[in-house]
Design a binder for this molecule. Structure first.
Ligand SMILES: [Zn+2]
Ligand SMILES: [Zn+2]
Length: 484
């Protein structure tokens, strides 16, 4: 529809047109945005809030922020919209900041706001903040609202406190499918595949029909635990027993399940036989599995498709380059890097979050901002040297993407954000407290073995959540059983 052509100067129509235009393109919204300003409707809270929602849906956080800051007046709904925009678009720290700001304006958050804030907290992995929010929810009588409770279950699990999430779940008087799904996926990210399946069956026994998301959660759980046969049976039961057609998400889970278990050929056959277009999720799953098992041939096939489907997703190029690097095919690594540069794409920088004494810190691989950075580097160098000397640690330099001298590769590895976060945790946490970190990418092999050794060497407990799942390091062992 031609949105601009039909806009009259009526605030109800603006809201209507904006909502109807969610299916339209982003430039259209910008035109409407300009139109709204020209006609002086930018003082209407309702119209501006809808505009924030629309920008949020398109992931255009900057535009949403701009609208929000230009609003002369804000109500509860507009604050909530801004928090949700940040929370849903991978900016949890900003979501928290807006929440704090809102509280200083003496506005009492409602359940919708609380869900967004709890989700932001889950994304950060900030347990202490999460506990504070939980307390706030109870004090303000929001603890009987199902979406809030389900968000708490997920938040606790994503902050590494699975038992606390289970406690919230057990105390729920009524449970809808969202609540069950939260519990199932919580077990999944902690690697308890059997428990996830058990909970899935319990849900059905309680008369709650599984939703498509229930299957994504339970299949994901099977994948993390390597339960191939169970996963296949569940996948088969989707249509046969529950009349749910598998979607791209479900196929991606199956490809991941088989691929992780090194049944890559079977995973490729599943893709071949799909009745719907596989899309980037499915091919991405296959490429990820090729990375784990270093299968160059299949990786090339998957990435060819991915480069067509997502020409600007740097992650795909980096994965392929990783696979070539592991296979020591340096010329190919160079070619992929050239392709990446030619397209002007940049690798998403590794970033790790850690909460120390109720404050959240974000560390990046190239972090020079942190005041303790020298102390952190010195501690990492000391620990790695000591662990190398006593034969515990051998840096896994295969994963460095450049053909460099060994020493230089080791230096790059020591600068990975999760190692910085571990060192930051060792320096600043109270003795005996577990160190909790969340990372935006998959944990690399070297950081994984390094963190295992640190847990043994320092006799401490370290919990790391990466993009896939939880890793619980104690006494030199990780709960994932090196399968992630
Ligand atoms: Zn690493
Ligand atoms: Zn692990």
């Amino acid at each position: 529809m031609n949105a601009i052509g039909i806009i009259p100067s009526d605030r109800f129509t603006y809201t209507y047109v904006l909502k109807a235009c969610v299916v339209a393109s982003l430039p259209k919204h910008k035109e409407i945005h300009a139109h709204i300003f020209r006609h002086g409707y930018h003082t209407h809270i309702h119209i501006m809030t809808t505009l924030i929602d629309v920008y949020a849906r398109f992931g255009s956080v900057q535009n949403a922020t701009c609208v929000f800051s230009q609003m002369p007046q804000k109500n509860m709904v507009s604050w909530s919209a801004m928090i949700a925009c940040y929370a849903k678009n991978g900016k949890p720290l900003e979501a928290f900041d807006v929440f704090r700001d809102m509280m200083t304006h003496v506005l009492l958050p409602n359940s919708v706001t609380m869900v967004s804030v709890v989700q932001a907290c889950a994304a950060l992995g900030a347990l202490e903040q999460g506990k504070l929010l939980h307390g706030y929810i109870v004090r303000n009588g929001l603890d009987s609202i199902l979406p809030v409770l389900s968000a708490l279950v997920t938040m606790y699990a994503r902050c590494g406190a699975l038992e606390l999430g289970r406690r919230v779940f057990d105390q729920m008087g009524k449970r809808d499918v969202v609540a069950w799904n939260s519990m199932i996926s919580s077990y999944g990210i902690h690697g308890f595949g059997g428990k996830a399946i058990e909970t899935f069956r319990e849900m059905i026994r309680h008369g709650v029909s599984p939703s498509p998301i229930s299957f994504v959660s339970v299949l994901g759980a099977c994948s993390h635990a390597g339960l191939v046969e169970e996963g296949k049976q569940l996948f088969d039961s989707m249509w046969k027993e529950h009349k749910i057609y598998p979607s791209v998400e479900h196929y991606a889970c199956m490809v991941d399940l088989l691929g992780r278990a090194n049944q890559l050929e079977e995973a490729a056959i599943i893709i071949q036989d799909m009745r719907i277009e596989p899309g980037p999720k499915v091919w991405g799953s296959l490429l990820g599995s090729c990375r784990i098992h270093c299968n160059v041939e299949l990786a090339e096939r998957a990435s060819r498709r991915l480069f067509e489907l997502e020409p600007t997703n740097a992650g795909n190029y980096v994965l392929l380059a990783d696979i070539y690097a592991e296979a020591k095919m340096w010329d190919e690594v160079k070619q992929v890097r050239k392709l990446l540069e030619a397209k002007g794409l940049r690798k998403v920088p590794g970033c790790s979050m850690i909460e120390v004494k109720r404050k959240i810190y974000s560390l990046q691989s190239v972090d020079e901002i942190n005041i303790q950075i020298e102390q952190i580097h010195a501690l990492l160098l000391k620990l790695s040297t000591e662990m190398k000397q006593n034969g515990m640690y051998v840096p896994d330099t295969r994963i460095v993407l450049y053909d460099l001298e060994e020493e230089e590769k080791e230096r790059i590895l020591l600068g990975h954000s999760e190692k910085l976060a571990v060192a930051f945790g060792l320096i600043n946490s109270s003795k005996g407290d577990p160190i909790r970190i969340s990372k935006n990418l998959r944990l690399c092999e070297d950081c994984h073995s390094f963190t295992k050794l640190i847990s043994k060497y320092t006799n401490g407990e370290i919990l790391v959540r990466d993009i896939n799942r939880f890793h619980h390091f104690t006494n030199g062992v990780c709960s994932c059983g090196d399968y992630w």
